[in-house]
Structures are given as C-alpha cells and as structure tokens.
Design a protein around this ligand. Sequence first.
Ligand code: MTE
Length: 320
Amino acid sequence: MLIRKPTDLTAADITPKQVYLNRRRFLEAMGIVGATAVAGSRVLELAAPSEAAVAATKFNALLKSPFSTTEKENSYEEVTHYNNFYEFGTDKTDPAKNAQKFDTSNWMVSVEGEVAKCGKFSMDEILKIAPLEERIYRHRCVEAWSIVVPWIGFSFSHLINLVEPTPKAKFVAFQSYYDHRQMPQGKWAGIEFPYVEGLRLDEAMNPLTLLCVGMYGESLPNQDGAPVRLVIPWKYGFKSIKSLVKIKFQSKMPATTWNLAASNEYGFYSNVNPNVDHPRWRQNKERRLGELFRRNTLMFNGYGDQVSSLYSGMDLKKYY
Ligand code: MTE
C-alpha cells in the first residue's frame, strides 16, 4: 500500500480538525470506521497530519486502576516542562520547546521476532487492544527526582497475549522513533539513536508494565513520549522508553541505550534500589518535583509487593 509521507502533503490536503472529526463521527455512525475498519480510519488520519502533532485527544470513560497511588499528583505544567527526551535536547526544558512540531500522525508500531502474530499496529489498532485505564504512578528518575502522574494506558501484557510469543521469546526489545530532521538537537545528546530499551519477558508481562498513550485525561504531549510509550514504575525512568515504533520478542538480552553509553553506571535491570548507589551519586533519597525537602527512596520505588518475586535469588548489586 502506498502511504504518503507528511512531507508529500500540501496545504490543500489538510482538513480542518472539526471537519475531520465530523466526517469521522459520520463514518462511525455508518459503521464504516469501527473495530474492523482500521484501514479506513488510518486514511482519515492522513488527512490532518499537522494538527495531529498539536491537538490533544480527550479520553473519556477511563477505568480506575487498582495499581494507582493515592499520593498527590504533580501538576500537568510540572510534568510537561521538566523532561528527559534527549532526541529533543538534553536540558530538562528542551523537550517542551523543541518537540512541539514533532509529527506523530500515521504512527505505526511494528511487532516482530519470536511471536506467532507479528505485524504493524496503527494507533487506532493499539487503542482497541484493551480498555484504557487511568494509572497514577510514582515515576523515579535515576537523577533522583520523582513525579506522580495520572498516566493512561493498559497493561503491556494485553499486547503480548495478542501476538502470542513463541517459547523462544525470553526478552522484549523496544525502539523509539528517530528522525534527525525532526530531532536535530539529538546530534549533541551524546548518546546513540534510535533510543533502545529492553525487558525480560516476565517483567514485560507484569501487570504494572504500562503501554501508555496519555496522561491527565488526554493523549500524550510530544515531550512526554507521544503517541505511545512505556511506563515501568519500579524501574528508573530511563527504562520507560518514549515514542515507541518497534517491539521485538527475542531469545537474547537486548542492548539498552544507557548501558551502551556507560555500562558501569547503567545496567539492564535498573530497578529502583536505594541500597545500590549510582557510581557518581547516592540513590537513597529523591526530590519530588515541586517539593523542597527530599524523601526516602523506596525499594522498587514502593512496588515491591507486585514485583520483588521477579528477582528472587538474584544479587541486585550485581544485576543493577
Ligand atoms: N525515551 C527516549 N526515546 N528518549 C529519551 O531520552 N529518556 C528517558 C525516558 N525515555 C528518554 C526516553 C528518561 S532518562 C526518563 S527519566 C524518562 O523518559 C522521562 O520521562 P518524562 O519526561 O515523561 O518524565
């Protein structure tokens, strides 16, 4: 199938958002765009590429998750203006400025490797895999700051079950989108792109591992990893890869960006662990964004009840 790139489109191809939404609602009412007519909706989305990059979709009727914390949420402003997304620059304020025009329309996520059903998923298809939940998670960055965010998504295990991993699948490798024309700041980031990450299959299957498509009731802002990312709340933030385009099931442990950059500082597991310091700073305290005083960091970021059994018998000083 020929898919026109956003750069091939002219102003005449761009449908105003309201017209596009009305047309979509009409087609939905006619039963033309629905669970099985994803190709049709994909064509419709092609009609508004530049707006898709800026307009947020509101998600209604979100399920409440039993995994949510009752801690006070950070503000939307805080969570969208203090980011790590090195493709758009290394300063925490860079992604909010530099990712504004990031074009995430016509997004496809490829699922490959050791699965019975490999293929490419559009965002429409991803949104239909499982009901969306609001999950309020603590999110702890390796740099010792933390945030509490009402993410939106569903357990990544739903996607895994859909694609049916073969017995050879022991790990899942993830890859972010990278395009140096859209992400020119990446040239000075000092790490290799595309950004890559990985999980053991049982970690990926853990219900806490969230395939995330939104936050604060809306689709993800570009700087927070639009249109789809992972959030793995018991691991340091860098495991939570943004703007996912490839998911590969494999027998070997995948390479990960920060381990490739500095293997003595960043391991594959990267579980939040106050007892194992980073070689250059301690990990037993963290500062919640917006707060003055530091608080104690909890083992597995406080999610030990759900995940500690994944690591029983493992020396977590060795497997950092
Ligand atoms: N994903 C990509 N593609 N590029 C990145 O630079 N940074 C990671 C992670 N995912 C990063 C990424 C790091 S270091 C952190 S702490 C979290 O994203 C930050 O997520 P947030 O900006 O939504 O808080």
